[in-house]
Write a protein that binds this ligand. Sequence first.
Ligand code: MG
Length: 160
Amino acid sequence: MENYRIGFGYDSHRFTGAKPLRLGGVTIPGAPGLQGHSDGDALVHALIDALLGAAALGDIGERFPDSDPAWQDADSAMLLDRVVREVSDAGWRVGNVDATIICERPRLRAYASDIRASLAERLHIPMDSVSVKGKTNEGMDSTGQGVGLAVHCVALLVRR
Ligand code: MG
């Protein structure tokens, strides 16, 4: 039986002016929010898929279907709590996570520390085991043209 498992998650959402921007459970002031059935927190969604992927427990779409009114405007951080519990029940703890958020605006560096602290608390790991990096797409493609935001995330699970 392995002692380590790695998982990868990806998510993207369009910007909308209708709600505040939430990333990693943190509200980013003065930025347009992300369209979605839940609060649109693409960072948490990518992280959830990385965790579920590492444990081979399926994916976020089957766990929390957007056809289910229970997840309408859901706080994605609450969904993350459920997945962390489930991964733990399957015999794993989170080792570290590393995420890259791709968007032209807002610039996220100023919020990276708050986002890392928020995720570390949810994952029950130290902040120095959580990495959140911001990049632009240099104006290329729809992300670069500011249509939305995309997140790539890897997570390592360690046998408990
Ligand atoms: Mg999503």
